[in-house]
Design a protein around this ligand. Structure first.
Ligand SMILES: [Zn+2]
Length: 285
């Protein structure tokens, strides 16, 4: 008997056939809506709940790109209340293989200033209340996150940045804090004393959940502030939410140019190991 559903490689059993709806997923702020004017809208519910908002799917340079505003259309989900699992699962159900996760970050180093773009290669997790795995058993699964960000996408991002004339820092460690409050001076001092570069509230567990679903993940961090300020420079005040939104929006054009170029040059097939993340992650009985 013909089934109402087809189960493809990226398809979970029981899920409607949405496979191949999109190949690239982008998380982002409300400023991104304008990119997707003529797009298709999809309302999805996953077994982990609803994603942050309706998903917009559009074609960019001949590729199908899905977009979810991670804080919701009205910015109603603060970082610790985002349903990261539903967002990642929704992309997976659409057939997304690669995720681009732009975000606003604070700088922990004087040499990294507002307006700079950093393509992170490491994170440190300081969050504590988030559902950060799809695998609560009985299928015990330990994915490797030694290199959490996709090396192939990072390389493409460097090339794309050069082509569109946008300067990017090619390395960065972001410490992810629980929020929603910003850091104390003592916390910020501790983070910078560890040699970490940036601070943010949403990179974790977004990046590792993507790995658990064998999707590639690329971070693009826009530096919006200096966290609690800069030592010895009283002119630079501790960050406010207003600063973050203002500087992020000032840079949205550059971010869009970079993302569009990345989408254009990403090879059709993946040559990285992200698609095999689960192969060595399980103990064979
Ligand atoms: Zn990859």
């Amino acid at each position: 008997m013909a089934s109402a559903y087809r189960y493809g490689k990226n398809q979970l059993p029981g899920a409607p056939n949405l496979n191949k709806k999109a190949e690239i997923g982008v998380f982002g702020g409300s400023g991104f809506y304008s990119l997707f004017k003529t797009a298709e809208k999809l309302s999805l519910k996953t077994k982990y709940g609803k994603p942050s908002d309706t998903i917009t799917v559009s074609e960019i340079h001949g590729k199908r790109v899905a977009f979810i505003p991670r804080h919701g259309a009205k910015h109603q989900f603060p970082p610790h209340m985002i349903n990261y699992r539903a967002n990642i699962e929704a992309f997976k159900r659409l057939g997304v293989e690669r995720v681009i996760g732009p975000c606003a970050v604070g700088s922990l180093k004087p040499e990294i200033g507002p307006g700079q773009i950093v393509i992170c290669d490491q994170f440190v997790n300081f969050t504590h209340s988030r559902k950060d795995t799809f695998y609560d058993g009985p299928l015990t699964t330990h994915v490797s996150t030694a290199d959490p960000y996709c090396p192939e996408m990072r390389k493409v991002a460097f090339e794309a940045a050069e082509r569109v004339g946008i300067e990017v820092r090619k390395k960065g460690t972001v410490v992810v804090i629980e929020g929603p409050r910003f850091s104390t001076r003592a916390e910020s001092k501790f983070f910078s004393s560890q040699g970490w570069d940036l601070i943010n509230m949403t990179q974790y567990p977004e990046v590792t959940l993507a790995r658990e679903r064998e999707m590639c993940y690329l971070n693009i961090s826009i530096v919006t502030d200096y966290d609690v300020g800069l030592e010895g420079n009283p002119e630079i005040k501790p960050v406010t939410h207003e600063d973050v939104i203002r500087v992020f929006n000032e840079n949205i054009g550059r971010l869009r140019d970079l993302i569009f170029e990345i989408v254009r040059v990403l090879p059709k097939e993946r040559s990285c190991e992200c698609s095999k993340a689960l192969e060595k992650a399980r103990i064979k009985a």
